[in-house]
Design a protein around this ligand. Structure first.
Ligand code: FNR
Length: 193
């Protein structure tokens, strides 16, 4: 099963980037073919239809193709003001906008339709970014993803990782593994494997 993992943060010491790295390592150990990408590696401006009219940025096209090629995704979302960050909204908005000049991409939801998506979140706060998940799920449903019912919110994230970025608490690892297991299970079934 090809699994795409990314975090909705580009911050150097991001808890969600650490969580994504951990999830990627655990998913590889579970036999998944993992692509772990960093949104910082994609040059994607804030969405503007005037800008888009001059041509969809090459990195948006690159990201759409990568997302399309993966039947299962895991997204690690920060929580900003009780929701998910603009980085994730902007990324999904660009990816879902039909590319009228390219016959392969006139279907805006081609990149996302039928993907099984597991959502993780991490926050230094007590709720672990859980409220970001409650907003992110409808966005994913709108682009026709199947959102996995098992999720995990890592609270007090500033104390949750060791110096190497590994999760310290075995219970946290079990929760992350449960999300991975479900995404791989459902992803394989929806992909017809
Ligand atoms: C936050 N943060 C935050 N945390 C939280 O648990 N609930 C919240 O509503 C908010 N709101 C919020 C708004 C804004 C504008 C900022 C900048 C931050 C804190 C946030 O979760 C924290 O900075 C995380 O460390 C961000 O995620 P990464 O970058 O560590 O992955």
């Amino acid at each position: 099963m090809k699994l795409l993992i990314f975090a909705g943060s580009t911050r150097q010491h991001s808890h969600n980037r650490k969580l994504a790295r951990e999830a990627a390592a655990m998913a590889r150990a579970s036999g998944a073919e993992v692509t772990h990408l960093e949104l910082a590696d994609f040059d994607i401006p804030m969405y503007n239809a005037d800008l888009e009219a001059r041509g969809t940025p090459p990195d948006v096209m690159r990201l759409k193709q990568i997302m399309y090629e993966h039947p299962a995704w895991i997204i690690c979302s920060p929580e900003y003001n009780a929701s998910y960050p603009a980085l994730l909204k902007n990324t999904i908005d660009w990816a879902s906008s039909p590319v009228k000049s390219d016959p392969a991409w006139t279907d805006g939801f081609k990149f996302s339709r039928g993907k099984v998506v597991g959502v993780l979140s991490a926050s230094p706060g007590a709720l672990g970014g859980l409220r970001s998940q409650s907003h992110l799920a409808p966005l994913l449903l709108n682009v026709q993803c199947w959102v996995a019912p098992v999720n995990f919110a890592l609270s007090h994230a500033a104390e949750a990782f060791d110096a190497e970025g590994a999760l310290i608490d075995e219970a946290h690892r079990k929760h992350v593994q449960a999300v991975i297991d479900q995404v791989l299970w459902a992803g394989a079934r929806l992909a017809g494997a």
